[in-house]
Design a protein around this ligand. Structure first.
Ligand code: ZN
Length: 80
């Protein structure tokens, strides 16, 4: 999965009009969780677990976490 960098994320947020203020505490200091790149998903119709590619950021002040779908942020997922 393509590696995303913190400066890339803030640029993507600007392009999409994502507000930088944390919706819980109002601070604007986010950390990109580089080792958290997908959510596991499971449903009753399909056996096994599949994954949904995301970008995860955490508020450094209160720990609120935001997940963004990589596809809608325009992040390409290429196998390398
Ligand atoms: Zn916060």
């Amino acid at each position: 999965m393509k590696t995303i960098y913190a400066n890339t994320v803030s640029q993507l947020f600007k392009e999409k009009g994502v507000r930088e203020e944390c919706e819980c505490c109002g601070k604007t200091d986010w950390v990109l969780l580089n080792n958290f790149a997908a959510l596991a998903q499971q449903n009753s119709d399909t056996p096994g677990i599949s994954t949904f590619p995301i970008i995860a950021v955490e508020c450094k002040n209160c720990g609120n976490m935001r997940f963004f779908g990589r596809g809608r942020l325009g992040v390409e997922d290429k196998t390398e």
